[in-house]
Design a protein around this ligand. Structure first.
Ligand code: RIB
Ligand code: CA
Length: 316
C-alpha cells in the first residue's frame, strides 16, 4: 500500500524530456508522487503545468495534484527553449490538452505544507527545471526545507561541457541566483545530476528510440514530443539520438543502482554576469579548501539506466 512507498515531490518546467521523466515516475509503483509543482524554464510556468497534466493523462496511472509555482525567475529575465522543445515545449504537435486543470494552491506553499505535515526526512524532492520554486521555499522557511530527505536536481554541466553556453547548463543558467540559494541552504544531501550523465553511452540511439516509439501510446508520446530535440541532435552529435537529461535525473533518483559516478565537491554558481554566468563551478581538486557541499552525479550505468526507462515506459 501507499505507506510503503517512498514519497516524492517533482518540480518541473515540463518540456518534452521532463514529460518522459514524469511518465517514468508515474509508472514506478515504488513511489508515491505527492504533488508536481510547475515552474518556468523550457516554457512559461502555466504551459509547463498543461504539459504535465497532458503527460499524466497519456500515462493514465495516478493523478497527483499539479500546483502552479513561480512564473518569473528570481533576478534575470526568462529565456525559453523553443528551438529545443518547441513553442509549447512538447514539439508543437498539437498534443497538449488545454482543458485540463491544475489544483488550486500555490506550489511553493503546498511543498512547504507537505514537508511540515509529513514525517521528518520522509520526502524526496526531484527537480527537472530551474530552481526558482525551491529557492523561494528556502527563503520562506529554511528549516522546513531541511525536512526533505534529499533533493535530486537535473542541473549543472556535471564534469563536462555546457549545453546553453560554453560552460553552463540550461536549468542553472536560467536562474543562477536560485541555484546559489539552494547550494547555500544547508540542506543535505543536495545531488545534482549533470548534463554529462545523459551523454555518450547514456544517449538513446535510433534502435532504442524506435523500441520506445513502437511500444504503445505512452512510448509514442514520449518520443514524438522529442522529435525537435532529435533533429537538433543530428546537427550537434551527427546522428539521430536523444540526450534525455530529465530522465537521467529521474532514474538516478528513483533507481540509484544505475548511478556510476557521484561524488561530493565544493560547488558555487558563477553569478558574475560574464561569459560563464550561470555555470556551476565544481572544485574537483579542492583548490578552494572549502568543505564539499553538493554531490555531482556525472555518469550512469547506461545499460541499467536504459532498462529502467524501458520498464517504466512499458517498452520492454
Ligand atoms: O539542460 C537540460 C535541462 O534543460 C532539462 O531539464 C531540459 O528540460 C531543460 O529544462
Ligand atoms: Ca526540464
Amino acid at each position: 500500500m501507499s505507506d510503503n512507498k517512498q514519497k516524492i515531490i517533482i518540480d518541473t518546467d515540463c518540456g518534452s524530456d521532463d514529460a518522459m521523466a514524469i511518465a517514468m515516475a508515474l509508472n514506478d509503483e515504488n513511489y508515491e508522487i505527492l504533488m508536481i509543482t510547475a515552474v518556468s524554464g523550457n516554457v512559461r510556468m502555466k504551459q509547463a503545468a498543461y504539459n504535465t497534466l497532458t503527460t499524466m493523462k497519456v500515462s493514465d496511472t495516478s493523478y497527483p495534484p499539479v500546483y502552479e509555482g513561480s512564473d518569473a525567475m528570481l533576478v534575470r529575465d526568462w529565456v525559453g527553449a523553443s528551438d529545443v522543445h518547441g513553442d509549447d515545449g512538447m514539439g508543437d504537435l498539437g498534443l497538449v490538452d488545454y482543458s485540463l486543470k491544475t489544483t488550486p494552491g500555490n506550489a511553493v506553499l503546498k511543498m512547504l505544507e507537505a514537508l511540515r505535515e509529513n514525517e521528518d526526512k520522509s520526502i524526496d524532492i526531484i527537480t527537472l527545471g530551474p530552481l526558482t520554486n525551491l529557492a523561494i521555499a528556502i527563503r520562506l522557511e529554511p528549516e522546513t526545507m531541511k525536512r526533505a530527505r534529499r533533493i535530486i536536481m537535473m542541473g549543472t554541466a556535471g564534469l563536462g561541457r555546457g549545453n546553453v553556453s560554453m560552460v553552463a547548463e540550461f536549468n542553472i543558467w536560467q536562474d543562477p541566483e536560485a541555484c546559489q540559494i539552494v547550494i547555500d541552504s544547508g540542506i543535505d544531501p543536495l545531488i545534482f545530476v549533470g548534463w554529462d550523465a545523459c551523454l555518450d553511452e547514456a544517449m538513446l540511439d535510433p534502435e532504442e528510440i524506435e523500441k520506445i516509439r513502437s511500444s504503445g501510446e505512452l512510448g509514442r508520446f514520449c518520443i514524438d514530443t522529442n522529435v525537435k530535440l532529435m533533429n537538433l541532435n543530428v546537427k550537434r552529435f551527427g546522428y539521430e539520438c536523444l540526450d534525455m537529461a530529465d530522465p537521467a535525473a529521474m532514474a538516478a533518483a528513483l533507481y540509484p543502482a544505475c548511478i556510476d559516478q557521484c561524488d561530493k565537491y565544493y560547488c558555487e554558481v558563477d553569478l558574475s554576469r560574464g561569459p560563464s554566468y550561470g555555470a556551476v563551478l565544481i572544485d574537483y581538486y579542492g583548490f578552494s579548501g572549502k568543505t564539499p557541499n553538493a554531490y555531482i552525479c556525472s555518469k550512469l550505468k547506461a545499460d541499467l539506466y536504459k532498462q529502467y526507462i524501458m520498464k517504466t515506459l512499458r517498452a520492454l
